[in-house]
Design a protein around this ligand. Sequence first.
Ligand code: ZN
Length: 237
Amino acid sequence: MNEGKLTKGQYRTLKSNLAELPELQSGAASFISPSRSGSGSPSSERSIGFNVSALDYSMGKELLGLLHKYEALIRRGRTLTPPALLKREATVEKEVAATVSFHLAHLEWTVQQDWVEEFAGLIKEVHSKGLSVTKKFIEKTRRIPCPTEACNKKLSIDIERLMENIKCLGCHGEWTVLRLIQLALTNPDKEFLLDIETICLWLGDTEKNIIKVIKANDIKKKSGLYNIKEIINARVA
Ligand SMILES: [Zn+2]
C-alpha cells in the first residue's frame, strides 16, 4: 500500500468510499421508484411523496460532476485520452461505475498529488450524503408500531422480504411482514403511516392509482407518509 500524501487511515477511507459509490448511487434509485426496475428516469409524478434527495442522488449529477472533474485532471496529468474523446456510457449507473474504476485504477498516482486531500474530503462528503439518503429514508418510512396491545416498540419492516419473520425486541412477538401489516390494519388504536411504495405493494395497486385516491379524498400527508387505513377506507367508499 502506498498512501502517498495521505495517512494510512485516510487512504483506506478514500479507497472504500470510492468503491462504495456505485452501490450507493444505484441503491438510491430503489428509494424513489416503486417498480425497482431501475430503468427510465423518474417522472415528476413519482416524486410526489417520495424521497427527493434520493432522486437527486440517483440521478448522479453531483456525484458524476465531482468524479469527472478529477478524472479529467488525472487524464491531463498522466496524458491519457482526454474525456472529450471518450464514449459516454448508456446509463448513470454505468457512468458512475466507469469513472469509479478509473479512479481506483489510478489511486496510487492520485495520492501523490497536492490536491489529494481535498479530493478525499469531497469524496467523503458525497459518500456520506449517499449513506444518509438511503438510511434516513429507511428509518423514516419502514417502521410501524408493534401490534401487541401494551407494546410501544416500533418494528422495522423490509418490504422486499414480505414473508420473512420480524421479531419485536420489546414483547418478543414474531410475525411475517404481511401478517404484521394485517394485524396493524385491524387495530383501531394504532395509526399506521407508510410511504407510497409500501402502500402500493401492500394494496397491490399502482402508484398512479394510489395518488389519485390521495388527491380525490384529500388524504393528509404526515411527515412524508400516509395513513394506510385512510387510503383503504377511501378506496372502499
Ligand atoms: Zn412488541
